[in-house]
Write a protein that binds this ligand. Structure first.
Ligand SMILES: NC(=O)N[C@@H](CC(=O)O)C(=O)O
Ligand SMILES: [Zn+2]
Length: 429
């Protein structure tokens, strides 16, 4: 089976390739990239005016299997990923039970093979049951195919447990991803602490909770000589702490979400729980710091933190609703509309932070649009105008704050291992 993608703007962040070219795919691999490829193909796709990129990669999604399939499962979540232009997603272990054993990693990898529309990678827990006490069997999980470790969705383990975890992982060269908020400073908090939380009468979660958690984990990783990856960074101070650590040579990487880049605490109102997320939406100066961090290399990856919940849960009152919203189907559109078209970030940088660089953070063999690579490819129409409509989502999750927004730019084709799995917004069988 040969597929030819003709005449698109091909961007490969790995070697900074950015030119109009054809891409020939055969038997699941990219076999040729260049101008005017004449080979006869079974299918020819006209990519004129579109952008052909490495398949997008999301290091931070919550697919809710096992145990909470009413919120999301591997099938619905991976369809949402394909619709959003992602070819690889990495799912977090805050499930029921938590993914803390090799047996669970293996069974999820089988589920991914059976029902996954895109590549689904498994993140294992750092501690047993994500309870923050005893280390989980990380070595066994690695052998079973886990790509990273995290207690995300729960509070950070104590310094002592974290140091043990970093020491343990040192020899394996894998990252620990931490949700960075010091638990004693955020109890019952539902939004950023500041003027707005006071006005709304809501309990706050201060940025200092994030700042000291980031500082602590960087210092622990530095001491152990291990790798740490900062989850969904949201505070300006934390961005600077990562910047300074990188300068000293600490093996630290960081990710940010489109929502923390483009929305602030001013968006929070008591009658719309879609803005309730952890860490919370912050202030404009924090958004600006995240933007700077992306530009100067402090922040390595854009992730969605896709966190679907059932409609009835998000329909609760603000203080009782669970935090998080589904982001796989809006991430690229928001990045293109609010950052590329607003001339805040250029297209190659956005693509790099959504494919090549995240692959490097986890050591995934992906994120490259080069001859010989697996044919995981996304075709993007940067000018396509569309409106976010919850009814068209493949995710089971509801309550995205982006519903109703008019966006410019969308993935129009997603190819996984040489097979077109999404075209023009529709998942193909
Ligand atoms: N980000 C969120 O607001 N929610 C996440 C958990 C988490 O990342 O803390 C979830 O699993 O729902
Ligand atoms: Zn988190």
């Amino acid at each position: 089976m040969k597929i030819l993608l003709k005449g698109g703007r091909v961007i490969n962040p790995e070697n900074k390739f950015d030119a109009v070219a054809d891409v020939l795919v055969e038997d699941g691999k990219i076999v040729k990239i260049g101008a005017g490829i004449e080979d006869k193909a079974d299918e020819v796709y006209d990519a004129n005016g579109k952008v052909v990129t490495p398949g997008l990669i999301d290091l931070h999604v919550h697919l809710r299997e096992p145990g909470q399939e009413a919120k999301e499962d591997f099938e619905s979540g991976s369809k949402a990923a394909a619709a959003g232009g992602f070819t690889t997603i990495c799912t977090m272990p805050n499930t029921k039970p938590a993914v803390d054993s090799a047996a669970l990693v293996r069974s999820l990898k089988m589920r991914a093979q059976e029902v996954g529309v895109v590549n689904v990678e498994i993140i294992g827990a750092v501690t047993k049951g994500q309870e923050g006490k005893e280390l989980a069997e990380m070595g066994d999980m690695l052998e079973a195919g886990a790509v990273a470790f995290s207690d995300d969705g729960h509070f950070d383990p104590s310094a002592k447990v974290m140091l043990n975890a970093f020491d343990y992982l040192h020899t394996f060269d894998k990252v620990i991803i931490n949700h960075e908020e010091e638990p004693t400073l955020i109890e019952d908090g539902v939004m950023n602490e500041g003027h707005r939380s006071a006005m709304l009468g809501l309990k706050g979660r201060p940025t200092v909770a994030e700042d000291i958690a980031v500082a602590r984990d960087i210092m622990l990783a530095e001491y152990a000589g291990s790798k740490v990856h900062i989850a969904h960074i949201s505070s300006a101070r934390a961005v600077d702490i990562v910047r300074q650590a990188k300068k000293r040579g600490v093996k630290v990487t960081a990710e940010a979400t489109p929502q923390h880049l483009t929305m602030t605490e001013e968006c929070v109102n008591l009658f719309d729980t879609s803005t309730k997320i952890n860490p919370p939406l912050r202030a404009a100066k924090d958004c600006e710091a995240i933007l700077e961090g992306l530009k100067d290399g402090t922040i390595d990856a854009i992730v969605t933190d896709h966190s679907p919940h059932a409609q009835e849960e998000k329909d609760r009152e603000y203080i009782y609703a669970p935090s998080g919203f589904p982001g796989l189907e809006t991430s690229l559109g928001i990045m293109l509309t609010d950052l590329y078209h607003e001339q805040k970030l250029d297209l190659p940088l956005i693509i790099s932070k959504m494919s090549y660089e995240p692959a490097k953070v986890f050591g995934l063999n992906a994120g490259k649009l080069s001859e010989g690579a697996q044919a995981d490819i996304t075709v993007i129409d940067p000018e396509l105008e569309w409106t976010v409509d919850e009814k068209e989502f493949y995710t089971k999750g509801s309550h995205s704050p982006f519903v109703g927004r008019k966006l410019k730019g969308k993935a129009v084709l997603t190819m996984v291992k040489g097979k077109v799995v999404m075209q023009d917004g529709k998942i193909l069988d």
